[in-house]
Design a protein around this ligand. Structure first.
Ligand code: SAM
Length: 233
């Protein structure tokens, strides 16, 4: 992958960034996503945030190489702490991390005042999607779009969310599967959940053999199996 040839995963995430946005790409690594979007005139400018030295320097180097320093500002720091109100960011992308890590970045931004609610969030968790959806609904973010893609034998979900005054809470089923993905139900989605169902059944068998007190865990896994079977039926 490079800035000209994004992975299918990042390319799809980029398609959800509103045209003309001022984008903050957090955990930007090489800054491939903002570089691609600026080069293709899909956004007006970007901030690439990175907390680790190596990726931060890679991002700095790429932006300098491409002469994009006036369009992409590479900043070192933790999550949304790299942003100030003057940035007037209109979209935030956080891709390629676990859902719990993305949730924690959003939560620190929410409490630290760096997440204003005016930004469209484009989130691509590698795992832990329900954890992230739970944070979003608890903070009145409506999930407006979702997609699921398959690349290199892995499945990735993309969640786009916008802040509202109030939202309708999601059911347990919607938190697990994704409200929009549940409506769409494409082949990638169905294959993922067939696979997950087998995984849950194996976990259940192991738990049933355990001599520890796992009754609560068993009930949780049974609920998940039931929900998946309802969806796949
Ligand atoms: N976003 C790119 C993508 O999707 O291909 C890179 C994903 S890479 C696996 C995750 C990046 O997030 C790493 O470069 C890591 O240093 C960065 N990261 C992790 N926690 C972070 C945080 N709290 N703030 C900023 N960057 C973070």
């Amino acid at each position: 992958m490079d800035y000209k040839n994004l992975s299918k995963r990042l390319h799809r995430a980029g398609e959800f960034v509103p045209k003309g946005a001022i984008l903050a790409d957090i955990g930007s690594d090489h800054a491939y996503l903002p570089a691609y979007l600026v080069m293709n005139k899909q956004i007006s400018s970007a901030i690439a945030g990175e907390v680790v030295d190596g990726p931060y320097l890679s991002a700095k180097n790429l932006v300098a190489e491409l002469n994009l320093s006036s369009m992409i500002d590479v900043r070192k720091g933790d999550g949304l702490a790299v942003l100030t109100p003057l940035d007037a960011v209109t979209a935030i992308s956080i891709c390629g991390m676990g859902g719990a890590l993305i949730r924690d970045i959003l939560d620190r931004g929410f409490h630290g005042g760096n997440l204003t609610g005016k930004e469209t969030l484009i989130l691509q968790p590698n795992i832990g999607e329900p954890t992230l959806r739970t944070w979003l609904v608890n903070h009145a973010y409506e999930i407006v779009k979702e997609d699921i893609i398959r690349e290199n034998e892995k499945t990735y979900e993309i969640i786009v969310a916008e802040k509202r005054e109030q939202i309708v809470p999601l059911s347990e089923k919607e938190l697990l599967f994704g409200p929009k993905l549940l409506e769409q139900q494409g082949s990638v989605f169905l294959n993922k959940w067939e696979h997950e169902c087998h995984q849950f059944e194996n976990i259940l068998k192991q738990l049933e053999k355990s001599n520890k007190d796992v009754a609560k865990k068993i009930a949780e896994v049974q609920t998940k199996i039931q929900l998946v079977k309802e969806v796949l039926a």
